[in-house]
Write a protein that binds this ligand. Structure first.
Ligand SMILES: NC(=O)c1ccc[n+]([C@@H]2O[C@H](COP(=O)([O-])OP(=O)(O)OC[C@H]3O[C@@H](n4cnc5c(N)ncnc54)[C@H](O)[C@@H]3O)[C@@H](O)[C@H]2O)c1
Length: 424
């Protein structure tokens, strides 16, 4: 099969790329890197059956050659992302899904939509079967995500009924695992990184709200089975085992040996955040013969190992454009600063070859991993405001191309004036 995975550089998308390649298929990952990163697929670059295309699927998608399946996973997915990117979220759910369905129709490809348990909103039925229509506030802050996905489901069914496109809809429940972003704001990376830094875990609300956690390998298996099945109506894929946030926090602290405990912040509860959510997976069991296999403790051990390595490798956090975007750096908020709370020493890579065109017109193309002049400036403003960073490494990603050594000079000067601290 030749498979297109939109959102292929994201957390789930990149695991799908791995799986489809391992199963012997040709894989095209399409992503605009809005919330994803090429780090997630770096190990696949150069693979003879893998291709990465940087493209915003909200715009028309053109692809040469035949296509057997499209897995449409492009969309901001964590609350922090979609609250910061409300219009992009609505656009990718609506226009992006439309474009991806159009491509499926043109190529005669099977189409699988990544939908979500959020279509059930703050559910009045517990656990939620696929037949439950949900309880969603369309004008609440989460409406941008929930309604985009509901619209995407409706559009998928319309293409199925009216254009005969062969479609599948997976309603994904809370999934975790390696390649989640440290700063994505969801409870799993939040808790793990706090625990690894031996800080108290911050639980929103009173910690009594429940969540079910599905390990990414279980999800990928469910998606593959659904794609190959004949089921065209939505199917829940999630882990029905429920934990309170308090129980979950205690487990993370135990597995990481974190002595710092838990703090509860009732004031930080996100508006319309469901109190309970649990999948009814009767249908997945019946139709796909699927059920989750990975126990929470086992999945957490693997995920903790991933984050541990990430934090160690970086020693300190290396910020790239992705992080700058994700941190919402153009709008500095108390929350953004809180996310930097653990940072004392920072390693920043500046890309000499990606200077802001207004500073150096016509200079080169960006090098992955480097910050441009503008991004660097924004980052330093943020750091200056946080007042927490006590040392800063400045590294040029591509000094060879910076013949006049301009970037380093500019950056050091900027850092000195903005941070007013010793620069290493
Ligand atoms: N992670 C979960 O628990 C969960 C739960 C329910 C549903 N989902 C769905 O699964 C999908 C993947 O989620 P994830 O957790 O991997 O999130 P993610 O943010 O890691 O991945 C989403 C990817 O989509 C890309 N993207 C966003 N807008 C795009 C656009 N316009 N054009 C091209 N690429 C674009 C991002 O850059 C990113 O790589 C999403 O559709 C999400 O709604 C995830």
């Amino acid at each position: 099969m030749r498979v297109l995975i939109t959102g292929g550089a994201g957390f789930i998308g990149s695991h799908l790329c791995d799986r489809f390649l391992a199963d012997g298929h040709d894989v095209i990952a399409m992503d605009n890197l809005l919330t994803g990163t090429t780090d997630n697929i770096a190990h696949l670059i150069g693979h003879e059956r893998f291709l990465f295309i940087k493209h915003n699927v909200t715009n028309y998608i053109y692809l040469k050659g035949p296509l057997d399946a499209i897995l449409h996973f492009a969309s901001p997915a964590s609350p922090i992302d979609y609250l910061e990117l409300p219009i992009q979220t609505l656009k990718v759910g609506a226009l992006g899904t439309h474009n991806a369905l159009g491509l499926a129709k043109e190529k005669g490809a099977r189409f699988l939509l990544a939908s979500t348990s959020e279509v059930y909103g703050d559910p009045l039925v517990h656990p939620q079967p696929e037949s439950y229509w949900g309880n969603v506030n369309p004008v609440g802050p989460r409406g941008v995500y929930d309604e985009a996905k509901r619209f995407a489901e409706a559009l998928t069914m319309a293409y199925h009924h009216y254009h005969g496109v062969d479609t599948r809809i997976v309603r994904i429940f809370n999934t975790y695992g390696p390649r989640m972003r440290l700063a994505d704001g969801r409870v799993v990376p939040n808790f793990i990184q706090q625990a690894l830094r031996h800080e108290p875990l911050t639980a929103y609300g009173d910690g009594m709200q429940t969540r079910s956690f599905q390990y990414v390998d279980d999800l990928v298996e469910g998606i593959v089975r659904l794609l190959h099945s004949d089921e065209t109506e939505p199917v829940n894929i999630g882990n029905p085992r429920e934990f309170t946030i308090r129980e979950f926090a205690e487990l993370v602290n135990r597995l990481t040996g974190n002595p710092a405990g838990i703090v509860f912040k009732p004031e930080l509860r996100i508006t319309d955040d469901p109190q309970t959510r649990q999948p009814d997976i009767t249908k997945a069991r019946r139709v796909l013969g699927w059920e989750p296999k990975v126990q929470l403790q086992e999945g957490l051990v693997r995920t903790i190992a991933y984050f541990d390595e990430l934090l160690r490798e970086e020693g300190v956090k290396a910020y790239t454009m992705k992080d700058v975007d994700q941190l919402g750096i153009t709008r500095i908020t108390a929350e953004t600063l809180e996310r930097l709370a653990g940072t004392e020493r920072l390693h920043v890579s500046f890309d000499a070859d990606a200077l802001d065109p207004s500073v150096a017109p016509g200079v080169g193309t960006p090098v992955p991993g480097g910050l441009t002049y503008r991004e660097g400036h924004l980052l330093m403003e943020l750091l200056a405001e946080s007042g927490r960073v006590t040392s800063l490494d400045i590294v040029e990603v591509n000094p060879v191309l910076d013949t006049r050594n301009q970037t380093a000079e500019v950056m050091v000067g900027m850092a000195a004036s903005l941070l007013g601290q010793r620069i290493l």
